[in-house]
Write a protein that binds this ligand. Structure first.
Ligand code: NAG
Ligand code: NAG
Ligand code: NAG
Length: 321
């Protein structure tokens, strides 16, 4: 009788006072590599990563910053889109999982100074209709602290896509990851002359990755020391071309917006970092999501993007130079 109550207590504590930027499951076990080509994310490795869906199709990536809030980019949402058309899947790497935790969205808040022509202020928040219940697979990411460190130890980006281009019947949509390093801003303006100070450039840590951009809206996360907490440093925003080696991707600089995020959260009555209630988060069970239309587009096989790029990105090519 004692054991179950202890377990209950532990479970309760986790829900009530969740820490950001930790990976309880991933860091607690010995890793055996089931990763193919070093790029498939492991279960629980990016527990803050979410898939934002429009009419049940993957639209953009995003990240959990609190039980009520999802952080993403403004360019994913055209002005007529209604929050009712959106849902957010949390707590899974596999989007075809039979019963994902899927939450409804109650409002979309784009930065009012978002500029579509140069992508400045490409940031948006989604307010959920019900709060997220945290667990080992669902954890908020930490917002970057001030002043931001001059260098980060380790940075990663992750996103969803089609993993098997050859055998489409077996293709599933697993979360893929790629190591990144942040590039000096001045250096990057040589490649991207339109770069604003709200943008940062990052490239694949390993030049051997012939990769394209990840899902727009997904987080660029870094830590300061091995084994320490993870912070979101950027949001995947735009890029130049797919698969061109040495051409970095462009990210929204999150540290420029932490006050904006806090202000919006306050105004909407769901401030960050409040004591988390164990409310009944709505869990909807949906059938297997049908593999996206993207497959028909036929990515170049070499492109890791096969994995990282979503259809939407292709559809939204106008956002890319
Ligand atoms: C494709 O994958 C499915 C399921 O993994 C398998 O049954 C089928 O034989 C594969 N087809 C080809 C052409 O490899
Ligand atoms: C990264 O590059 C190094 C050499 O620079 C190579 O040994 C290693 O296998 C590469 N890693 C991946 C995952 O491609
Ligand atoms: C945004 O961040 C960049 C670099 O981190 C900094 O140079 C710039 O002044 C910041 N802009 C604002 C508006 O905070």
């Amino acid at each position: 009788m004692i054991l179950p109550s202890i377990l209950l207590l532990v479970a309760h504590t986790l829900g009530a006072n969740v820490e950001c930027g930790v990976r309880p499951l991933y860091d607690s076990r010995t890793r055996h590599s089931r990763i193919i080509g070093g790029q498939e994310a492991e279960v629980g490795e990016f527990p803050w990563q979410v898939s934002i869906r429009e009419m049940n199709h993957h639209l953009c990536g995003g990240s959990i910053i609190s039980e009520w809030w999802i952080l993403t980019v403004a360019h994913c949402f055209y002005s007529e889109i209604s929050p009712k058309e959106l849902t957010v899947i949390v707590g899974t790497n596999d989007l075809t999982t039979s019963s994902p935790t899927e939450l409804e969205v109650s409002s979309i808040i784009r930065h009012k100074n978002f500029q579509r022509h140069n992508m400045d202020n490409d940031i948006a928040l989604l307010l959920l209709a019900t709060p997220i219940k945290f667990n080992d697979l669902t954890v908020p990411i930490c917002l970057p602290f001030q002043p931001t460190p001059s260098s980060w130890h380790d940075c990663w980006v992750a996103g969803w896509g089609i993993t098997n281009l050859v055998n489409k019947t077996s293709s599933k949509t697993d979360l893929m990851k790629a190591p990144m390093h942040i590039i000096d801003w001045k250096e990057c303006t040589k490649i991207f002359t339109k770069l604003t100070t709200n943008m940062l450039c990052a490239a694949y840590g390993n030049e051997t990755y012939d990769a394209c951009q990840g899902d727009s809206g997904g987080p660029l996360v870094c830590n300061t020391e091995p084994g320490k907490k993870w912070y979101q440093v950027g949001i995947i925003s735009w890029g130049k071309s797919c698969g061109e080696k040495g051409v970095p991707g462009i990210y929204t600089v999150l540290s420029n917006y932490t006050l904006w995020i806090q202000k919006i959260a306050q105004i909407e009555g769901k401030p960050l970092g409040v004591k988390r209630l164990r409310d009944s988060g709505k869990k909807k069970t949906r059938g297997r999501s049908h593999s996206s239309k993207c497959q028909a587009l036929g990515y170049p096989k070499r492109c890791l993007l096969s994995c990282l790029l979503s259809c939407v990105l292709l559809r939204a090519l106008s956002n890319w130079e």
